[in-house]
Design a protein around this ligand. Sequence first.
Ligand code: PBG
Length: 337
Amino acid sequence: MAEQWDKHDMSFLDGRRLRRPRRTAWSRAMVRETVLTSADLIWPLFVIEGQNEKTQIRTMPGVERLSVDLCVQAAKAARDAGIPALALFPNTPDHLRSESAEEAYNPDNLMCRALSAIKDAVPEIGLIADVALDEYSANGQDGLVRDGEILNDETIAVMVRSALVQTRAGADIIAPSDMMDGRVAALRAALDQEGFEQTQIMAYAAKYASYFYGPFREAVGSGNRLVGDKRTYQMDYANSDEAMREIEQDLAEGADSVMVKPGLPYLDIVRRAKSEFNVPIYAYQVSGEYAMIEMAAAAGAIDRKGAILESLYAFKRAGANGVLSYFALEVARDLGA
Ligand code: PBG
């Protein structure tokens, strides 16, 4: 027998009951405000040398660095799952890293070989090439360093050369993640001059000096060599107005789309950017965010699949047009292409 409980007199509500549309699944589906589809997901891949080679990343359980041939297979899987684009990051072997980061513009570097192999085998998928020196430098900084200072204009000269070899190899979108001043204008001019008017620029416009990049630095092999921090170029996490200036400037310089990074701790920036600029805004659910979800789930603290979807929906709700996420393939498959 069901308990009999007294009802409170709710006449003050005057019939306004917000739970009404939540009662049934069909009704919840009708009032749902945002949708997540596989087209919202961009999948980052870490590339290593070798053939049929995968290596584990200790701080990113479930993510593997892949040799170029396995990247091609991954690209096919991504395409089949409806993912529109991949973001590639090379783990450059130690002996090729240097103070001047010359490997960044070697037309036969690991990044370029991955770009062209994927472009040949899976031309339908978009390829986003990260442009920054930390993946090639001996010190893990995103720029050239002299007497402890990160040089801006000298770094840009290397980045331009790097972006051109990447574009020739098959990159569709150049994504500078370095936060040097003026790099979008410099890249746009160089691309146009070389006949790559159609190559897009996705600027990591509001990129913060974040503690959440730790696992990524392990993945690309820059972490243990990094001396100091990146606070003279990446943004102070206390700032929001400054992010709007960064975005405004990158757009004025010719960026086709902009990125906010990290993701979940910076949803206010995503929302504000979407309200202030009518342009495509992407958010990066970075490696530390990935690790937090995976490790909390492994410890039995949260439901893994549920937490992943909730986190990705939060980006859409905040106004992001898409999300770079290490969960992309799994989620795209779950959602159905
Ligand atoms: C390098 C770069 C970083 C990330 C993307 N590009 C690391 C950094 O700036 O130190 C971080 C991505 C992640 O944490 O998943 N310029």
